[in-house]
Ligand binder design. Structure first.
Ligand code: OGA
Ligand code: NI
Length: 240
């Protein structure tokens, strides 16, 4: 079950209803309010629901996200503000994921394989559950075990595009288990919807020709959501 909400009370009541009605897995997306510093409030609400959860109510600060973006720039040999400038504005979103236990976990999936369409995602995992998030590594699904107090940073498609394939967005999925509810909170950080995304000219060279066409991020997002979650298919639509 997938819900999209534009305000916190709205998201909260949809989420609360779903969870209490039945054992549906659900993902509630909150797109507009994180920029106003309300994500901490959302996380507290979420925790009230998963009362014995050990997901820490840490506010994922978007100031921290900007610092991470600066480090990505520097690691590409660029000025620390280069990627922020290339984003041309920012879009924050948060998704609260709830995965109830399933008696036959091998017959289902919590969240289908996908790469996040944004710049990068800071994911808070549930430290009670060891096998939830999995990524594709060397062609196989590998579990990413939660570490107490640590976030996972998942690279998204826009970092792959802007870096001209130097960074690869990570294909990932969430699996369920038969014993425990698992929750996670994904904080998405990326360009503004009206941003024109063009790979960084400094990263084009004879041995690294331009790999991706320009796109408007809002259009990319629309086609991502229209085609459902399908591994890394979305980024191939903008590859030359
Ligand atoms: C997501 C996501 C993984 C998880 O919300 O985009 O990949 O562990 N979540 O819930
Ligand atoms: Ni994801």
């Amino acid at each position: 079950m997938y819900g999209k909400c534009s305000s916190l009370p709205d998201a909260w009541s949809v989420f609360h209803d779903l969870v209490h009605k039945n054992a549906f897995s659900c993902n509630i997306m909150i797109s507009t309010l994180c920029a106003n510093g309300q994500s901490a409030q959302a996380i507290h609400l979420f925790l009230a629901l998963a009362s014995d959860s050990v997901v820490r109510p840490t506010h994922v600060s978007f100031v921290a996200a900007k610092r991470v973006l600066g480090l990505f720039s520097e690691s590409l040999g660029l000025e620390s503000g280069a990627l922020e400038e290339a984003f041309g504005g920012e879009r924050h979103a948060m998704r609260m994921n709830y995965y109830p236990p399933c008696p036959e976990p091998e017959l289902t999936i919590g969240l289908d394989a996908h790469a996040d369409p944004n710049g990068f995602t800071i994911l808070q995992q549930d430290t009670r559950v060891k096998d939830g998030l999995q990524i594709v590594h060397c062609g196989a699904w590998v579990p990413i075990k939660p570490l107490p107090g640590a976030f996972v940073v998942n690279i998204g498609d826009q970092l792959q595009v802007l870096s001209n394939d130097a960074y690869k967005s990570v294909e990932h999925r969430a699996v369920v288990n038969s014993e425990r509810t698992r929750v996670s909170i994904a904080s998405f950080y990326g360009p503004a919807e009206d941003s024109h995304i063009a790979l960084l000219a400094q990263l084009v060279a004879d041995e690294a020709p331009a790999c991706f066409k320009d796109s408007v991020y809002g259009n990319y997002l629309q086609s991502f959501y229209a085609s459902k979650l399908d591994g890394k298919a979305a980024i191939e639509t903008v590859r030359y």
